[in-house]
Write a protein that binds this ligand. Structure first.
Ligand code: MV4
Length: 496
């Protein structure tokens, strides 16, 4: 087993990894920026090392300082979490070259999946279904036009070096193709330093369903079933659940089998996720995320398998003793990403001091948090404050439990996404499982401030207080004049 692991991250995922280390008897070393001196992950680790100023480029992305810290503190492993350095092959390589264990896949596997055309080719060779299209970068707009005719409109242009939506264009007609090709290529060059673009048939209203895989260094690979991740906004997931309302046992077997084949094709080890688009009963490989993901807890709750614990165990060379036939799924889990964003101002990030924080509790509720009362929420990092995850026997019970838990949550000092989550959890299409990646765009009413009984009551109390104040004034004035007033009771106060 590993002896001491440096956790190259912050917030809730750093806390999650430190907890797993503690349970396994692994000592943990946190790293932090000047903005995070008193952060939960720093207080929770066995040791902590200051990296530098608040901006990530001067702290959490400083590979040199992170490796120095790992060496100085005598670490034998580095866990990257997600984001920051997690999917940078040169970082994984540098960790291994420093003689440390990277708690994740090989740098080669990260690279193989990071190049989207290379990944598509590898998937086609491995028999994993992909969206019809090309596996090579398009030479020019003319080449693009020829391929689009073959694939059939509408098509989508995508950056080969991309992912996450940058350099993507949907094209409905051939006359729009040339200019879309030029702009996608330009955007890809600006964002990734590589203007290569490829083409796929555009699916109009798919679901985003992904499969969790787990692999050791001895050739054992299993899948832990799917997560439904269609509720997202601008490529940021907001709610995830397991199982998906549309995935049956036989479909889970087929998708799981494809995900294991995808992992095997690139020599994958550790935890990873294979993303698929699902439409009309068919599924298509989209990309592979070569890291532990934000939404991993819903899989942990329905399978009872601790993914971060297994990440550390297989990274240490242990054999994955869970076989595919040992994996089962019980009940239903839902996760809401509680962010410091104001849903009523277009999810504008909200900064400030958390004056009060009361996380929900009780049966079937898990709070994976990265902040505590008194913390200053800055705009330097990702706005994720915590993940609220529930587990119950059925989807219906899990939704009811989530509404109950969201109702218990109290946060004062920053705005949060929680009121938005509550509305989704009560919305009829979500309740019935009728959702795809367009869900939020197709439900604009979810972004309007809700007048709840509580707001109505506080308005009523305010009105009653104002009316009482006005009545007392009029009474006093009547007594002065010895006659009844004829002026409006509201005008003196500036109210109408
Ligand atoms: C697609 C697609 C429809 N058809 N590919 C978005 C991010 C990038 N990783 C791939 N994405 C998509 N690729 C084809 N052929 C629709 C999307 C897409 C999407 C996918 C998953 C979750 C949310 C999304 C939101 C908009 C577009």
């Amino acid at each position: 087993m590993l002896d001491k692991v440096l956790v190259a991250n912050r917030g809730e995922i750093a806390v999650r990894v430190i907890r797993a280390c503690r349970e396994l008897g692994i000592r943990s070393v946190a790293v932090y920026s000047e903005a995070d001196r008193h952060a939960v992950h720093v207080l929770g680790a066995d040791e902590a090392v200051l990296l530098g100023p608040a901006p990530a480029a001067e702290s959490y992305l400083r590979v040199d300082r992170i490796l120095d810290a790992a060496r100085e503190r005598g670490c034998d492993g580095v866990h990257p979490g997600y984001g920051f350095l997690a999917e940078r092959a040169p970082f994984a390589r540098a960790v291994e070259e420093a003689g440390l264990v990277f708690v994740g896949p090989s740098a080669d596997a990260i690279e193989a999946m990071g190049d989207k055309t290379r990944a598509r080719q590898a998937m086609m060779d491995a028999g994993v279904p992909v969206v019809p299209g090309t596996a090579h970068a398009l030479a020019d707009a003319q080449d693009a036009a020829a391929v689009a005719e073959e694939v059939g409109y509408p098509v989508m242009l995508k950056a080969a070096a991309g992912g996450g939506g940058k350099g993507m264009r949907v094209v409905y007609e051939s006359k729009e193709l040339a200019s879309a090709f030029e702009s996608a290529s330009r955007e890809a060059l600006g964002a990734f330093g590589d203007g290569s673009v490829y083409i796929e048939r555009f699916l109009e209203g798919p679901r985003h369903i992904e499969i969790q895989v787990l692999a050791d260094n001895h050739g054992n690979i299993i899948h832990l079933g799917e997560r439904e991740c269609s509720i997202q906004r601008r490529h940021q997931k907001m709610i995830e659940e397991a199982p998906s309302p549309v995935v049956t046992g036989p479909l889970r077997d087929r998708m799981g089998h494809a995900a294991v084949a995808a992992a095997r094709a690139v020599g994958y080890r550790n935890a990873g996720t294979v993303e698929f688009l699902y439409q009309d009963g068919e599924f298509y490989f989209l990309e592979m995320n070569t890291r532990i993901q934000v939404e991993h807890p819903v899989t942990e709750l329905v399978t009872g398998i601790d993914l971060v614990r297994w990440q550390l165990r297989v990274a240490a060379g242990e054999v994955l003793t869970v076989r595919q036939e040992d994996v089962g799924w019980t009940g239903h889990a839902i996760e809401c990403r509680i962010t410091s964003e104001d849903p009523y101002r277009g999810f504008l990030p909200s900064a400030g001091r958390i004056e009060l924080l009361q996380p929900p509790g009780g049966p079937g509720v898990r709070w994976d948090g990265g902040v505590q009362e008194g913390d200053e929420v800055s705009l330097y990092y990702d706005p994720l404050l915590a993940k609220l995850v529930v587990h119950a026997a059925t989807r219906e019970a899990a939704m009811d439990r989530m509404v109950r838990a969201l109702g218990e949550l109290r946060v004062v000092g920053v705005e949060t996404s929680a009121p938005f989550h509550r509305r989704v959890l009560l919305e009829p299409d979500f309740r019935s499982g009728d959702l795809d990646i367009r869900y939020i765009d197709q439900h604009p009413e979810l972004l309007e401030r809700e007048v709840t009984l509580a707001t109505a009551q506080s308005l009523a109390v305010t009105a009653a207080l104002l009316a009482e104040e006005d009545r007392q004034r009029r009474t006093a004035r009547r007594a002065e004049r010895g006659a009844s007033s004829t002026t409006s009771r509201w005008r003196d106060m500036g109210w109408r």
